[in-house]
Design a protein around this ligand. Sequence first.
Ligand code: ISL
Length: 552
Amino acid sequence: MLKTEQKPITDQLKKAWWKEAVVYQIYWRSFNDTTGNGFGDLEGVIEKLDYLKELGVDVLWLNPFYDSPDVDNGYDISDYYAIMDKAGDFNVFNRLMTEVHARGMKVIMDLVVNHTSDQHPWFQESRSSKNNPKRDWYIWKDGVNGGPPNNWRSYFAPSAWEWEEQTNQYYFHSFAVEQPDLNWENRELREEIYRMMRFWLDKGIDGFRLDVINLLAKQAGFPDAENPYTLDYLGNNPGIHDFLHEMHEEVFKHYDIMTVGEIPFVGPEDGVLYVGEDREELHTLFHFEVADDMPSWDMRRFKEIQKRWYEGLKGCGWNSQFLNNHDHTRQVTRYGNDGKYRVESAKQLGMMIHTLPGIPYVYQGEEIGMTGVRFPSIEDYNDVAMKNKYKEEVDKGRDPEEVFEELLPLSRDNSRTPMHWTAERNAGFTSGTPWIKTNPNYKDINVERALNDSNSVFYFYKTLIELRKNNDVMVYGDFEDLSGQDEHLYIYKRTLHSTTWLIALNHSEEEKECSLLKDYETSFDQLILSNYDNDENKRYKLRPYEARLYSI
Ligand code: ISL
């Protein structure tokens, strides 16, 4: 935990374009393949810009497409100044930027600067000798008692240290062995990163999503962890705010951009120190009190988290709202109902994320209610995190089938199967063989079908996004939870000046009485949006996974 500093208070949060945005995350390698090589590509993103414009999203977040050996699907970068062949080249990138901006949309890139690929020339130099000028650009330590320098695990391996024969030292990696951490204590390294960031910003991108950016500072002295399985010792260490403030001073403040930090292991008291408007660090953040720490839906816990973050950031900083991404399985499967009530549940989760305080993020396919997947064998999976964990557990002598079943629900590949465009072969994603199998339910769940169904999840999302464009209460409104400890009903208000909206959600498979609706005399002419048809007999009841938005 950081030493608690005075929470930054600003009297009035300033309006900003990024606060009013809806961000659409494009995992491009699974989005749209235009070459037939089985991988999506940047040309494929250009092809679908009119679809995204129709949906109404403002900002596109592209997962990394820098050159990479793809051990961790682009999060192991081997050249920050080159575009991965399978993604395209600078001609396509420049056209993508032109086409996005021509449609009044923006692009933010994924910035991965906590680590590089072990194939990056910087690391090749660093590992070559203890006297190499770039030795100190990475973290090297002598072993202790014939083993690693300490007991830390990494996200993707039992140890965060890898022995290097060439120089008889260990190097540090927070993720896979092939992802050595950069040493942010080294000023020369930091200057090089800032130069690289300006290179991309000067090409016209509109900001960054900053990968595990609170891990840049490491615990001084690298002491053993009390419990190596928590991993929280990897982040929020003294010095991190100096690095991020320097990044702001050297880069961010010179551009009109959006910066969203991926910040695991924080609650609002630490989170606000990254995004406080007078901190001059980041604009907003993804916290992981839900995605990493709430394995399945728990309404009471979710309400408590939302309330605590609203109060922790109110008047100081800006939150982001998401329930799934390329690392976390699809929300309608994990947190909703992907069976009988898939459509109602997908719409309900959408209404919740778009009406809670903060910037809403739509992960590709979420807008048509795509679901998680269950492939039959570990061989069908690609995720390095899942495959490393499977090997670690099976090597302990555990039953492979049991380990496989255990890892399935939260495998990152649940969200990485190809986007469903049509009911044609491979869901219209590729004319070739997809790099990962397509979810077999694409024949029923696909964009073509959604666009031809006025009652589809797609048009519900489109309406939510249009409402945000035309109603500041959704962006800047105060928030008040009215439903207390109810474990199924979530009833809350958003208020701005003379406008008050009421959101009423029933997160269950049973119809529920909702007496609160009587208190607001919610008449149906006040109903702005619902995922069910109006029924006068249901005025004070909420049907299974029903979601209603009223102006009261
Ligand atoms: O996947 C997770 C566990 O559920 C997340 O905690 C995730 O691993 C973590 O938030 C870091 O994610 C980011 O950095 C990783 C990369 O593999 C992820 O895809 C990226 O989102 C290393 O760069």
